[in-house]
Write a protein of this length. Structure first.
Length: 236
């Protein structure tokens, strides 16, 4: 059977699972992180749906703060694929706005075109609140209109990059190798060396070719024979 690349997650997390996943990628909510580190782009995407479609301004505020801190290590290609395929105009407007906010990161140029017009109001009274309090500077001249008082921006709501790299293996690999499918695959195969190339590709949403190369390279560097046994004995 030919390999079919996976683009989107198979299931939508419930509220409890989503909160745990948000904690896993460095957002400071009151929940225990899942035992398995959450996929970064899946979690960002579902947080945006929660914020925009279910009016969860608390999640949305922390999401925006997180993106401001961590966008250099987001897989822009993967996130753009998710956003472009989603039916919600409000979700696409949010991500287009965030991409324009970080316009100096040219990896998000395609996502900035996910929604252009008309401009979307975060809340029904956004225009009134903007006239009264001004506009959130992060969203000026973007597809999303947000009043300045609506989304708090507190750095303490998210882990800094060093803290998150210490906790999240895929994020740590992205810091070392760049925010790519290869980095995620390397973290995944380190955690579970028995993964096949096809399993690795599906788990990390990448191509079979990239997964095969990661599997090959990992096996090439993997200690073997008496030297490996000596290394393990030394560690123990």
């Amino acid at each position: 059977m030919p390999f079919s690349r996976v683009v989107a997650p198979a299931a939508v997390p419930d509220d409890r699972a989503l909160t745990a996943n948000l904690v896993s990628i460095g957002m400071n909510f009151a929940a225990d992180a899942p035992r398995k580190p959450a996929n970064i782009e899946d979690t960002l995407f579902f947080a945006a749906v929660r914020g925009m479609e279910h009016s969860d301004l608390r999640v949305l505020a922390v999401l925006v703060t997180w993106f401001g801190v961590h966008h250099p290590w987001v897989n822009a290609d993967r996130l753009t694929r998710l956003v472009s395929a989603h039916e919600s105009e409000r979700v696409r407007a949010l991500w287009a706005a965030l991409a324009l906010w970080q316009r100096t990161d040219h990896r998000f140029a395609r996502m900035a075109r996910a929604h252009l017009v008309p401009r979307v109001d975060l809340e029904t009274d956004s225009r009134f609140l903007v006239r009264r309090h001004g506009e959130d500077p992060r969203f000026v001249k973007t597809p999303l209109r947000v009043a300045a008082i609506v989304l708090r921006d507190r750095p303490t709501d998210v882990l800094d990059p060093a803290e998150l790299a210490a906790r999240h293996p895929a994020y740590r690999r992205r810091v070392a190798m760049g925010p790519s499918y290869r980095a995620d695959m390397w973290a995944a195969i380190e955690a579970q060396p028995t993964l096949t190339a096809a399993e690795l590709a599906r788990r990390c949403y990448g191509s079979f070719t990239t997964a095969w190369q990661v599997k090959r390279d990992f096996e090439l560097l993997r200690p073997r024979g008496p030297r490996a046994a000596l290394a393990r004995a030394t560690v123990l």
